[in-house]
Ligand binder design. Structure first.
Ligand code: HEM
Length: 183
């Protein structure tokens, strides 16, 4: 963890000032507006603004977790273990989206906290980057034979696996360079 003592103190000092409900809804509304592709994971939502009832409910869930994590800065990996597994194996959220959400948290805090100083901004940025990295931890874990657990079924990712070979062929065939060379 790259957080300094000062970063940790700044993060802890901001906790009591954040309203998890209001910030959480605002964060999700910003994510849906700025990165509309993230809506595909929430197709059941009828209103993607901060006033949407499901945006409010899920916003609170997400922001509570982010705030709670500040109590576990020295053991963030184990704190996020189950949540990482859930996003990787059950929800199958592309981890690139964690960074998008982090950007929206920063914007929302800057908008809402009067003392969001450059130092506080830096501490939150570092924390959210670490958070996103560790939330993606389970995506990197494979079993010893190189397979990845997907909905209870092990999908082979090693080079001799049929899926991998087929994928390599597809990549080669659909590569513009190869097609250009073929004509
Ligand atoms: C980076 C910060 C994030 C945090 C802290 C977070 C936190 C959570 C939590 C606590 C839950 C509930 C888990 C449970 O019920 O056991 C959840 C569910 C979920 N998350 Fe995340 N999440 C994050 C990012 C994302 C992103 C970026 C997406 C997609 C763009 C996403 C999609 C989902 C979905 C689809 C669910 C299930 C919602 C439902 O059941 O209604 N998450 N998340």
């Amino acid at each position: 963890m790259v957080l300094s003592k000062t970063d940790k103190a700044l993060l802890s000092s901001s906790v009591g000032k954040i309203q998890a409900q209001a910030t959480g809804s605002d964060v999700l509304a910003r994510m849906f507006a700025s990165f509309p592709q993230t809506k595909v994971y929430f197709v059941g939502f009828s209103d993607y603004t901060a006033k949407g009832p499901r945006v409010q409910k899920h916003g609170l869930t997400v922001m509570t977790k982010i705030i709670e994590g500040i109590q576990y800065l020295d053991s963030l990996r184990s704190f996020l273990d189950a949540l990482s597994a859930k996003h990787a194996h059950e929800l199958m959220v592309d981890p690139v989206n964690f960074g998008f959400l982090g950007e929206c948290v920063l914007s929302s805090l800057a908008y809402q906290l009067p003392d969001f100083s450059p130092e506080m901004h830096c501490a939150w940025d570092k924390y959210l980057c670490e958070f996103a990295y560790l939330l993606a931890e389970k995506y990197r874990q494979t079993s010893t034979d190189g397979s990845f657990r997907k909905n209870g079924i092990f999908v082979s990712l090693n080079c001799s696996g049929n899926n991998a070979s087929q994928h390599a062929l597809n990549l080669l065939f659909f590569s513009p360079l190869v097609r250009f060379a073929a004509v």
